[in-house]
Design a protein around this ligand. Structure first.
Ligand SMILES: Cc1cc2nc3c(=O)[nH]c(=O)nc-3n(C[C@H](O)[C@H](O)[C@H](O)COP(=O)(O)OP(=O)(O)OC[C@H]3O[C@@H](n4cnc5c(N)ncnc54)[C@H](O)[C@@H]3O)c2cc1C
Length: 219
């Protein structure tokens, strides 16, 4: 069983109309592997409801971050919309086993909206660690009518790492139409069920091998 933690909210930033970045500090600190998630216990009256959230900050940082998609009337959404700096949160973790295979080839990471969270945690070590670097491509699909999340941050990485490419998609349908499969590329996906269905279908139709595809589903 994963241990339980209490933490203090130290940052609330509205990134887009429907996505909020939440920063928090935990004591004792949470030790995790990039790609893992926590399960928040959200207080609802006298009881609690569990909601999983991927850690969006790398394990090397002592302050943790989440990217929260705000859904009207949602339990976690309402909690974070009304939460204030200094409020306490409670969670268990780390959970899950979503990670990049250390023996990877070239890697393509495709995220829908807040599905970019685990990739944001994974990228720093992934880009730094490779002695003879394989290409790493991050594809960001925004929510309809919204900008891509944290684009400036990912753009900045492209000037630091020659082997990193950032593709902020504006038209998901057009991206699916032009999707090309690179043999031996490892493809990692993260997002909601509809996105995963559409992208996996497109990848397989274009000839991707099932073994190439790895994913985390935000259900
Ligand atoms: C491993 C994992 C990692 C995840 N990581 C992230 C992450 O990093 N970022 C992120 O944004 N999400 C993540 N999720 C999804 C997240 O856990 C929540 O499910 C999501 O954010 C919605 O939470 P909520 O409590 O705000 O909404 P919910 O309370 O779950 O409600 C969702 C929507 O359904 C509606 N609804 C609820 N109940 C009913 C009902 N009975 N009838 C009709 N409508 C209803 C609500 O009004 C709301 O609009 C992750 C999920 C998993 C499994």
């Amino acid at each position: 069983m994963s241990p339980s933690f209490s933490a203090t909210i130290i940052k609330k930033t509205q990134l887009t109309p429907t996505v909020m970045l939440i920063g928090f500090r935990a004591d004792p600190p949470l030790i995790f592997t990039a790609g893992q998630h926590i399960v928040l216990s959200i207080p609802i009256g006298a009881t609690f409801m569990d909601r999983p959230f991927s850690l969006a900050s790398p394990p090397s940082k002592s302050e943790y971050e989440l990217l929260v998609k705000l859904m009207s009337g949602g339990v976690a959404s309402t909690f974070f919309e009304t939460a204030e700096i200094g409020d306490r949160i409670h969670f268990s973790g780390p959970h899950g086993n979503f990670h990049i295979d250390p023996n990877h080839h070239a890697v393509r990471l495709i995220a829908s909206s807040t599905g970019i969270a685990p990739f944001r945690a994974i990228l720093p070590a992934l880009l730094d660690s490779q002695k003879s670097p394989h290409a790493v491509t991050l594809v960001s699909i925004p929510s309809i009518g919204e900008p891509n999340l944290l684009s400036e941050e990912f753009e900045a990485l492209t000037s630091r790492y020659n082997h990193f490419r950032y593709i902020p998609v504006t038209d998901f349908g057009a991206y699916l139409d032009t999707l090309a499969i690179i043999p031996e590329e490892d493809i990692y996906l993260c997002g909601g069920p509809n996105f995963l269905h559409d992208i996996k279908t497109a990848l397989l139709v274009k000839g991707a091998d099932l073994d190439q595809i790895h994913y985390e589903e935000f259900k």
